[in-house]
Design a protein around this ligand. Sequence first.
Ligand code: ZN
Length: 656
Amino acid sequence: MAENPLFAPSDLPYELPPFAEIREEHYLPAFERGMAEQLAEVDAIASGTEPPTFANTIAALERSGRILDRTATAFFTVSASNTTDGLMEIEKRVSPQLTRHSDAIRLNRALWARIKQVTTEDAEEAWLLEKYRDDFIRAGADLSEPEQDRLRAINEELSKLSTTFAQSLLKASTESALRVTDPKELDGFDEAEIEALRQDDGTYALPLLNYTLQPGLARLTDRDVRRRLYELSVNRAPGNFELAVTMATLRAERAALLGFPSHAAYSVADQTAKTVEAVENMLGQLVGPAVRNAKKEAEALAEQAGFAIEPWDWSYYSEKVRQARYDFDGAAMRPYFELDRVYRDGVFFAATKLYGITFAERPDLGGYHPDVSVFEVADEDGTPLGLFVLDPYARPGKRGGAWMNNLVDQSILFGQKPVVINNLNVTKPASGPTLLTYDEVNTAFHEFGHALHGLFSKVRYPRVSGTSVPRDFVEYPSQVNEMWVTWPEILANYAKHHETGEPMPAELVQKLKAAEMFNQGFQTVEYLAATLLDWAWHKLAAGETVADPEAFEATALEAAGIAFPLVRPRYRTNYFAHIFTGGYSAGYYSYIWSEVLDAESVEWFKENGGLTRANGDHFRRELLSRGGSIDPLTAFRNFRGREATIQPLLARRGLT
Ligand SMILES: [Zn+2]
């Protein structure tokens, strides 16, 4: 058997993972060797006889675990985007092992004793040292042996439950799909779309996307079909309710062991929010006005419909209101949003205008699927910057949503330039060009904002590379990048009709802007309801039990003042992947928290002349290039010139 490609560094440019050579059977041995190698490295650090220094302790830890890092990066990239039964089996097996492994390092008493003795005069080192101390304390390094034993057991159990939750969700997207036998029931979809849903047995199946309001609800004309689709959506993967209860109670118990009243308190302590009160204070300012707006919108919808609407009617009639009131038809935009052009002449073009960077496709480099493409990114003077990998299409075996991650972390320590990937879930047409919705264009710019954060990283240590910032800060740069979607100079460059090349009519964009304000109430309530649901699950105190998770959900929304039957949370408990599988537990508030900084930054760009190289350079230097190597709010102040206020956000969301 040839050598396992994960054992040695990739010899591809930028150390791009050699996906073409990696086979399923390579992962387990590489995980095993990687964990063993890192434990040996950590033991050597912990049992050192020299006095502990930054170099022989912290920098040495940063250097450890190279095989494991490579393996985990390749594995989790593929298992998120193109999983198989085999990969799912490996994930089930390896997730609890990885949890045990991480505990073995952070609960290593000899290592912890040495870390506590390290001192440094250098500012970047001091910041990293503080992070290490915080990581160890938060992982339980200061607890007694019996407490640590319990902690290990909880972590392992949580990691298993999280994998089960994710896998049942992936299955539910097809198992709970809307099935119809008569294509007439799909009236509202065009012929090509209906054809794409046809199954081998002649029936039609519309798979569920991972949020409450399925996009089909905006167009399906048969009200009863809409009701069925909606109910399938909100009731999918019912077994996950019980998993959620178990996970929330285990997290509460763990928080108590670590000295916090709840998992929410534990979770925000190392975020920019820092306290439960700070988060609640902010959410409290938004709930009342948002619900009022949504109720006003509901009245307009009922008027349009001519009857009292139900939740499954919301999207359908809001499209109708947009057409009637604003003469806006979202579908009319799609012919102007061709995927390839949106990237080259929109997303990339905006980055060139702001930062001077250029993009060259590298067809010689590939990913884990033929639809993945690779671009080499260079600075204005031609200096290579890194690779950008793009996987735009939905496929069975890809999880829902859109996301970015690093394939190679930038670090000066290893002399490594970044490799980053963006994943979207755009439906691939059977033939012809891929036309995007306005929301998908927005997502493309958003995810590329994360990509820029990774690509511009200029830090010494991998632990703080690129997007390794607090969760309630990480969405901020990506949200800022959305401002260029409708920036006139950018839009004019990419929004061209795929057949005629005609630019998008200016009035279509003006109508869009006007119509966008209309659904703000809905969008804010849908988001806040999910946030407050996350919050309720994670404010449980240790020992509190939940007998009926669906009743708990209803009570939590009622108590938070966000219960509005026509607008359910964007995610109910049973499919709230962000908080039960995705590392956003007690963290879904992050999106709106980051949006305060985003709205402030958009103002800054506008005040300073918008799309200019000088503005781009300033944002890059003060913010994007810093990664997690300095205090994030200091980076923000350095960029903005002052603290953030909430006013621009309130104005943007129509909440003033
Ligand atoms: Zn994001």
